[in-house]
Design a protein around this ligand. Structure first.
Ligand code: A3P
Ligand code: MG
Length: 300
């Protein structure tokens, strides 16, 4: 879908891929400003300001550019609205009602600030903005901005993916791993307990690489900085929708850790585990995960 041809505001029509990329990049720029304005002395204040500013920017931009679409944002849930209204920041704009979202044809699934903890730590670059589009059962577009790295990774209208660095765009293809070696990205703060056992089980040299943010970890796989991302124990649709959309478009494997597909726009947004890697590594990792069998997901 595009904006249409004749726009009163003179803006050129933009496809969903370019729109996702532009919105994630813009929100990322705002987040860099928030870091400068608020500073790092009060981590909680910085996290709250970042979450809210990015959320409000994305909600307003989507309402303007795609007014008929539903939205599921981490920060637009009723539970978050209550918490924020009670605090300093004021209540955020709410998501589309669940019943309407569940029957909508087009749903934007957004995480205004993924890796909130890392965002609040001076010098860290592993945090992201996620903007994904789900249409009638599948992810059709997605963008992950890595503002502190000056990059946005996004899907494109040809069914592939690109890396955007300022005005430069280059084709993004998931790189194959070097033989005999596997660098597995894990959460810095909540690495799944079984991953160490998995590393010992595999018949290859495994290095576990702690990185913050699901979007930054999946981007690291796509940029060849690591070879896989394994997570279990808890996560939500907004944590993985946009990076999974980009990963699949870039030719990577992205699934639950039992190999079943990642599913989005469900009634319950919990999506607790994920594996992203090059397709060449998928069966080794899925088999290894199955062998350390208590790792298999407790599906919500
Ligand atoms: N066990 C868990 N339960 C719920 N959310 C989790 C989780 N582990 C990771 N996440 C979420 O997944 C994202 C990436 O986490 P991590 O950096 O630890 O890998 C974070 O999103 P947010 O930063 O948007 O809250 C984090 O909250
Ligand atoms: Mg998140």
């Amino acid at each position: 879908m595009t904006d249409g041809t004749a726009r009163a505001d003179g803006r050129a029509p933009v496809d969903d891929h370019a729109l996702a990329g532009a919105l994630a990049t813009e929100a990322g720029r705002l987040l860099l400003e928030v870091r400068d304005e608020v500073g790092f002395a009060d981590g909680r204040a910085l996290k709250n300001a970042g979450d809210l500013r990015s959320h409000e920017h994305l909600m307003a931009a989507l309402a303007e550019r795609r007014p008929g679409d539903a939205i599921l944002s981490e920060e637009g849930r009723a539970s978050v609205a209550g918490k924020r209204a009670a605090g300093l920041a004021g209540a955020p704009t709410g998501n589309t009602a669940d019943a309407d979202r569940r029957t909508a044809d087009r749903v934007w699934i957004i995480d205004p600030l993924d890796g909130t903890r890392e965002f609040s730590e001076e010098g860290r670059r592993d945090w992201a903005v996620h903007v994904a589009l789900w249409e009638r059962g599948r992810l059709t577009a997605g963008a992950v901005a890595l503002p502190a790295q000056g990059l946005t990774l996004r899907t494109d209208a040809l069914g592939g993916a690109v890396t955007v660095n300022g005005s430069r765009e280059s084709v993004l293809t998931a790189p194959a791993p070097d033989p005999g070696k596997l660098r597995i990205a894990v959460s810095r703060t909540r690495p799944p307990a079984f991953v160490q056992r998995l590393a010992e089980t595999l018949d290859t040299d495994v290095e576990l690489v702690p990185i913050g943010s699901a979007g930054a970890k999946i981007s690291a796989v796509l940029l060849g900085e690591v070879d896989a991302y394994v997570h279990a124990g808890g996560q939500y649709e907004w944590d993985s929708a946009a990076p999974a959309a980009v990963a699949l478009a870039a030719g990577a494997h992205a699934s639950r850790i039992d190999g079943t597909p990642l599913e989005y726009n469900r009634e319950d947004p919990r999506l607790p585990d994920i594996l992203v890697c090059h397709p060449m590594s998928a069966s080794t990792l899925l088999t290894g995960i199955r062998d350390v069998s208590d790792a298999l997901p407790s599906c919500p």
